[in-house]
Design a protein around this ligand. Sequence first.
Ligand code: HEM
Length: 449
Amino acid sequence: MDAENEQQTGTPAGTDASTTAASTTAAATDAPAGSGRGPLSRRAVIGWAGAGVALGAAGVGSVAAATRQDDPAPAPAAVGGDIPFYGEHQSGIATPVQDRLHFASFDISANATRESLVKMLKEWTKAAAAMTGGREIGTGAASGLPEAPPDDTGEALGLPASRLTLTIGFGPTLFEKDGVDRFGLKAKRPEALIDLPKFKGDNLDPARSGGDLCIQACADDPQVAVHAIRNLARIGMGTVNIRWSQLGFGKTSSTTPDAQTPRNMMGFKDGTHNIAGTDTAKLAEHVWVAPGEGPEWMTGGSYLVARRIRMHIETWDRTPLKEQEDIFGRTKGEGAPYGKQKEHDAPDLKAMPEDSHVRLAHPDSNNGLMILRRGFSFTDGTDGLGRLDAGLFFLAYQRDSRKAFVPLQQRLAGSDALNEYIQHVGSAHFACPAGVRKPGEWWGQALFG
Ligand code: HEM
């Protein structure tokens, strides 16, 4: 059987084809299943159209071969634009930051069981491997049984993988909620996965905070990121519900020091001094959990702190340039530290105001501690008073939040000049396990196994 035929008969992810057919009440359409009306794969459309994606000979071969979730994936990175899904660490952490974000925090439904959760995590993993490889889920968007809803919602058809990464995290409430050990996981909760303390100035909205699980979807195309979250939510229906979600744009932190540093909504370069995704020594020191640190299932993983930080944009926009620069301790145009000429010149912290953000946050002021910042800007319309609901969706990865985000934020919340212009309105903490190493393994296997 050739690969193209094979995909037409593939079994949908997590769905037994016979039960799907039996349970559906949808009327049959004129086109018989597998009649060839089905879509070209996302990758095939791009590949054959030659739409700006650099495909080598190997890549073109895999265009035709790997189109549906259950098709064998091509060798990692064989096709331009794909970030390998399988690996020692989850992608989406040290990966060069993409342009767009769709972040979703999920609550597990009251009637879900450990078994249904495991089943969903297995299905999620297969779907995630497919989508990050630019393939459709299950039998695809338009070539499954006519009587059944398509396995894939279809809005990413014809789009490349767009460097999509999907990163999963487990929140404190997965392990224990309101004193109840719902899934027999309490003993496996890492000590580092604390309930974050309240920080000075916090004005947290519970509806935008916490969550049992999270998925961070990053891609260069917002439609690809949204498609990924939508489809995972669809697969999880009945087992999980989205508690809150956040769209983001204009990455505010770079993990690629050679690239031009992006600017945040305050107009300042953001990410100048960050942990580079290629700096394996710093990643090992500050980001990846080492063997023996907490439960085995977190080795090679990382802790994620997410904070929705609202900016008082209108007040900021009336603030003089010099005052804006004093707040960060860097110039607005070049991004140079005070007293220096160029953005990447080593800062002289004493040349910056004592309460400036960079002076307070720099490792030299914090016993060398560093976090990997991976945040995005957001604008969620206006707030009813005519003010932009905009700011920074701050995402930071670290080896142990108790020794990184918590002391850093305590310091910033206490004295940062920036506080006059920002407010933390959402907060969450997740344990992101190590990567899925090969097909057949699944998200959370080491935790649930
Ligand atoms: C809306 C809120 C925030 C804004 C607008 C903001 C903006 C910036 C800017 C413009 C820089 C200088 C450029 C750079 O090195 O990246 C910076 C640096 C930094 N920020 Fe923030 N930041 C915010 C919140 C936070 C929070 C909550 C933390 C951690 C708790 C944090 C930690 C850092 C660190 C560690 C640096 C690098 C300092 C250095 O090593 O020189 N920031 N931030």
